[in-house]
Design a protein around this ligand. Structure first.
Ligand SMILES: NC(=O)c1ccc[n+]([C@@H]2O[C@H](COP(=O)([O-])OP(=O)(O)OC[C@H]3O[C@@H](n4cnc5c(N)ncnc54)[C@H](O)[C@@H]3O)[C@@H](O)[C@H]2O)c1
Length: 355
């Protein structure tokens, strides 16, 4: 083992702090360099975490630093090209932010790049390390609600953003069940984007999992709750958020609240990445799990596009919401592009890609 694993972070915005916290909490990892085209972002991050080596260009950083660990903390659209570029330099591991990417085809290319270069690729669905989510997973495995029948979650900001966490939750808490069919619909009357990705105004999806349970995801319908969901089983009900689990079951006949505390998820995520590198365990955020959340989202869009129940594995590799809009099947009725994350942009640009 190296004395210290050399980690680099690409993208020094809001979520980069979680990655820095994770690595800096570990004695055998050092953040040696950062990359960001925005000088102010580099300067702020570098000062706060005492990282002197700073690059405007991500690929130059990879070539000069030859890191063991690469964190990709940029907007969704950059996840695939940057992960593929990182894998080509053969680090030991890449930790890429969620959502894994913006289409199933991109997810597959990321997985191919990781396999060909023998890189361990994890997606930062760090809520998999949340103590409350793990308590819920344990309870369901022990049969606390009997046979899971339904799970309901409410999100916002488009399916790819927070809903990717919620769909990941549905799978993880039930023991990483697989989806076998999906039916969904979307409404998109305004030209709505999130971090430069075309998103819908509202959407809903029904997911059938291979344990027999149905998932229901509501996006911008009925008020968002980004942190958890409600699991209904044959013998009880379990409500979950990031802090606590509430359980009602046929044995006790009353609600029991469990506030669960534990390690910060970003720290636990980084530790498991190093353990994975060292062959001690598999990372619970491995790429196949990140891909599964994107596949369900794309299947909801595909169901809306094709007006049918979509069986998984999904065959369509490009984003069906883009196909619908670009073919005229989903016309914008109230024109004017806007990005609900425009507040993250620095400088004069109010639209991503503007000069
Ligand atoms: N896991 C979570 O709970 C969670 C929470 C928030 C955000 N995220 C994810 O993190 C990602 C980043 O979101 P954010 O909120 O940090 O965005 P942000 O806008 O705050 O930060 C992104 C940074 O990337 C930089 N950047 C742009 N192009 C780059 C390039 N080519 N090379 C290097 N850096 C580049 C930008 O200048 C910016 O500083 C998103 O995909 C988002 O979904 C995840």
């Amino acid at each position: 083992m190296a004395d210290k694993y050399r980690a680099v972070i690409a993208g020094c915005g809001s979520m980069s702090h979680g990655h820095a916290l994770g690595y800096q909490s570990m004695e055998n990892v050092e953040v040696v360099a950062i990359a960001d085209p925005v000088a102010e972002a580099r300067a702020n991050f570098g000062e706060r975490y005492r990282v002197k080596r700073q690059y405007e260009d991500f690929r130059q950083m990879l070539d000069e630093e030859r890191p063991d660990i690469v964190s990709i903390v940029t907007w969704h659209r950059l996840h695939a090209p940057m992960t593929i570029a990182a894998c080509a330099r053969r680090p030991k591991a890449v930790l890429c932010e969620k959502p894994m990417s913006v289409s199933l085809g991109d997810c597959d290319e990321m997985i191919v790049a990781a396999r060909r270069n023998e890189v361990k690729l994890a997606i930062a669905h760090q809520r998999r390390f949340n103590p409350a989510w793990n308590e819920a997973r344990k309870l369901i495995k022990e049969g606390a609600i009997g046979r899971p029948r339904q799970v309901v979650a409410r999100g916002g900001q488009g399916l790819l953003n927070d809903c990717s966490h919620l769909l990941d939750m549905m799978r993880y808490v039930q023991g990483d069940v697989e989806a076998d069919w999906v039916m969904g619909n979307v409404e998109r009357k305004t030209d709505r984007y999130e971090r430069d990705i075309r998103i819908e105004d509202r959407s809903a999806g029904i997911i059938h999992f291979n344990n027999g349970a149905l998932g229901l995801i509501l996006q911008e319908l009925d008020g968002p709750n980004y942190q958890g969901g409600i699991f209904y089983g044959s013998e009880g009900t379990l409500e979950l958020d990031e802090q606590k689990v509430r359980l009602l079951n046929s044995t006790t006949g009353k609600w029991e609240e469990r506030v669960v505390q534990g390690e910060d998820p970003s720290v636990a995520q980084a530790r498991e990445l190093v353990e994975w590198i060292e062959g001690k365990t598999e990372h619970r955020g491995r790429a196949e799990n990140g891909r599964a959340a994107v596949e369900i989202i794309m299947a909801i869009y595909e169901s809306a596009r094709m007006h049918e129940v979509v069986s998984l594995p999904l065959k369509t590799r490009t984003s069906p919401i883009d196909l619908m809009v670009e073919s005229g099947a989903l016309p914008v009725e109230r024109p004017g592009r806007y990005d609900i994350r425009a507040f993250l942009l620095r400088g004069e640009a109010m639209k991503p890609g503007e000069v």
